[in-house]
Write a new protein. Structure first.
Length: 240
């Protein structure tokens, strides 16, 4: 079965344990959201998935690859969407994607690039304009178009909705749902409960590097999720 698997992963920095025996998995077409406050271990987890950090213990695997040992190959199939998408501001969306697909060894025709930009709903009039003038939502659409052109099968979304208005969040969620339908595995780290509730199939709550709760999203209302999240924070504070 096509799977992203994080198994008993720990990462320490000196005597600080950033991630502590973390285990979760994501199937094709599903999204897993790790919710956590500041210092919970979200960025460390993303860096482990990206192969930028070596786990001290445990394994991270995607399809047939170990995400540390085979990181160079695995990265070809992985797409990272950071909070702030960085594009070449003086280039248009068309020029950025032409350059970035070449850089990723997946050169695309002008027609394929236009189709990808249409698919993510970037207005035609903006395709040829410098992206420096784009809103955050528009830059994110260009990034998602790149994920489509790369045919990325593992998407890592890092606080993707900070600074987006509600309409842009809804559009973003619909675009990711579309990639899920195409068979992508999605991992999102965030402290945006609402977005997690809109997007995720499974939600894990991370506190001080420990996965303190995991639920199937469809079994939760947003109120349930808020309650679970804040209760987990309180429990963790009491036991610390
Ligand atoms: N390179 C590092 N060196 C030392 N400590 C680190 C390093 N990276 C992370 N940490 C520590 O590990 C813990 C988890 O950090 P991490 O950045 O993964 O959390 P986070 O959930 O992403 O937080 P935030 O939402 O504030 O970015 C924190 O206590 C942090 O100080």
């Amino acid at each position: 079965m096509s799977l992203l698997r994080v198994h008993q992963v720990s990462k320490r920095f000196g005597n600080q344990t950033a991630v502590d025996r973390l285990t979760f998995s994501v199937r094709a077409g599903q999204a897993y959201c790790l919710l956590g406050g500041n210092g919970a271990g979200k960025s460390t987890t993303v860096n482990l998935l990206l192969g930028f950090l070596r786990p001290d213990q445990g394994t991270l695997s995607f399809l047939d690859w170990d995400l540390w040992r085979d990181r160079a190959v695995a990265r070809d199939h992985l797409f990272y969407l950071p909070d702030q998408v960085s594009l070449y501001p003086e280039f248009s969306a068309l020029e950025n994607l032409d350059y970035l697909t070449r850089l990723a060894n997946k050169p695309s025709t002008a027609m394929a690039i236009r189709e990808a930009l249409d698919a993510v709903g970037l207005p035609r009039v903006a395709h040829g304009q410098p992206v420096g003038a784009y809103s955050k939502g528009m830059r994110q659409k260009v990034a998602i178009a790149l994920a489509r052109l790369k045919d990325a099968k593992l998407l890592l979304l890092d606080e993707p909705t900070s600074g987006l208005d509600p309409a842009a969040i809804k559009e973003f969620v619909a675009l990711i749902a579309d990639l899920k339908q195409g068979g992508a595995h999605v991992v999102m780290v965030t402290h945006d409960l609402q977005c997690a509730h809109l997007l995720a199939d499974h939600i894990g709550i991370l506190q001080a590097g420990v996965l303190v709760a995991e639920r199937e999203n469809r079994q939760l209302s947003l109120d349930d999720l808020e309650h679970l999240y804040f209760q987990s924070v309180l429990d963790q504070q009491e036991s610390a």
